[in-house]
Design a binder for this molecule. Structure first.
Ligand code: GLA
Length: 391
């Protein structure tokens, strides 16, 4: 972390002249272990924060200007706007995320009297589905809270602000999972979150002789304007029809047998399949966390495998490349579970792999992936980290 602090101070000085009075912040990305597309359906999720994420060097200004620079996108240069003109603009590009958060914070009545200069650097591979945008949102919230002394803003508020800005400023109708995982992350723990109530508990990730591996398909997923919003709308349509025959508020209120007994109320095949995934995935997530608490890592892995099939077949939110990665992993002795993670339509798989099988798993999966797609996969062994902080 110390190295990143100095690097960010140097980058700030390069972009804006000097680094006097600059603070450096970090917020993590996340990987979701199980519970996909359940967070906007009133269900459960089980993500954990990563030690990769986004860094920012930030300084308060004395006027109302907002100036942003990204080390990852030097070609964009310094993007400048003002607190008095927060409308989205065509050339906002990545700055739409910090702008959206500041817009959402002022919209909540929080006092942000002056602008900021902000230099950003992300260590999450772009388009990997490991929540680079949520980490940037939580990071902006963390920095603004600290710099302007907004003591009443809790970490849960940071998550809500991030989600609100993403929904209403960036047009992506995401649930709360990514921002919550980033804002509430805890080293070596996953977060078992009920998205209907925001009640949560930390669950230590003790995998005995196994570890978590993320495999990046390097097929970029872009959720804004993608099928994600369509999936959400399909679930809403299914819920509206189900509500006519069962007393529920969300799909997360249903168990599998009540869903099966009432599913004919959903008129369209695609909406029925999406709702089935949401209902079964929620129950699977609850069972998976129970299994993990009992130390049954094998059962957890089997539920991950079921979750992948459900996401791929019923939710139609995988892609051929990630299916190849997951199916290649399933064949390997020592892989306890493997599934697509995050919003889908590209991005990464997450697998639980016995330590003694990790190298063989990487080689075998990489080779099969290359043979079948011509693409290179990247592998990362996961370290579970804490939430946002000032460095
Ligand atoms: C994206 C969204 C989350 C969640 C996942 C799918 O990451 O931002 O809110 O819906 O997809 O589980």
């Amino acid at each position: 972390m110390a190295d990143y602090k100095q690097m960010m101070l140097d980058e700030f000085a390069k972009a804006f002249g000097d680094a006097d009075g600059v603070n450096v912040y970090f917020a993590p990305g996340r990987v979701n272990l199980i519970g996909e597309h359940t967070d906007y359906n009133g269900g459960h999720v089980f993500p954990c924060a990563l030690t990769i994420g986004t860094y920012a060097a930030v300084k308060k200004r004395s006027d109302r200007a907002l100036r942003f620079y990204s080390v990852n996108f030097p070609d964009k240069g310094i993007v400048e706007t003002s607190l008095d003109d927060m409308r989205p603009k065509a050339d906002d590009s990545w700055t739409a995320y910090p702008k959206g958060v500041i817009w959402a914070m002022t919209g909540r009545g929080l006092d942000i009297p002056t602008g900021i200069d902000m230099v950003v650097y992300g260590t999450i591979p772009a388009g990997s589905g490991l929540s680079s945008s949520a980490s940037l949102e939580v990071l902006t919230g963390e920095a603004v809270r600290d710099i302007f002394g907004l003591k009443d803003v809790s970490n849960t508020d940071l998550a809500k602000i991030g989600q609100f800005s993403e929904n209403n400023y960036n047009g992506m109708n995401c649930g709360i999972m990514d921002q919550f995982a980033s804002a509430m992350g805890k080293k070596d723990n996953a977060i078992f979150l009920d998205t209907a109530t925001l009640e949560f508990e930390y669950a230590p990730i003790a995998l005995k002789d196994a570890c978590i591996i993320i495999t990046n398909s390097n097929v970029k997923h872009s959720l804004v304007g993608s099928d994600y919003n369509t999936r959400r709308a399909e679930c809403e349509e299914a819920l509206a029809e189900l509500k006519k025959v069962v007393a529920i508020e969300t799909l997360g209120d249903l168990d599998e047998s009540t869903f099966e007994a009432n599913k004919q109320a959903i008129s369209k095949d695609n909406c029925r399949a999406r709702a089935k995934h949401a209902v079964y995935e929620n129950r699977r997530t609850i069972r998976a966390v129970e299994a993990l608490k009992k130390g049954d890592v094998e059962a957890f892995g089997r539920l991950m495998n079921e979750a992948h099939t459900s996401m791929s077949v019923d939710y139609a939110a995988s892609c051929p490349e990630v299916d190849i990665l997951v199916e290649a992993a399933w064949k390997i002795d020592g892989v306890l579970g493997s599934r697509i993670t995050g919003g889908g339509f590209g991005g990464c798989s997450v697998s639980i792999v016995r330590n003694d099988a990790v190298e063989m798993c990487k080689e075998t999966v990489a080779q099969e992936y290359k043979d079948k797609t011509g693409l290179d996969a990247d592998f990362y062994v996961v370290s579970i980290g804490d939430g946002p902080c000032r460095l």
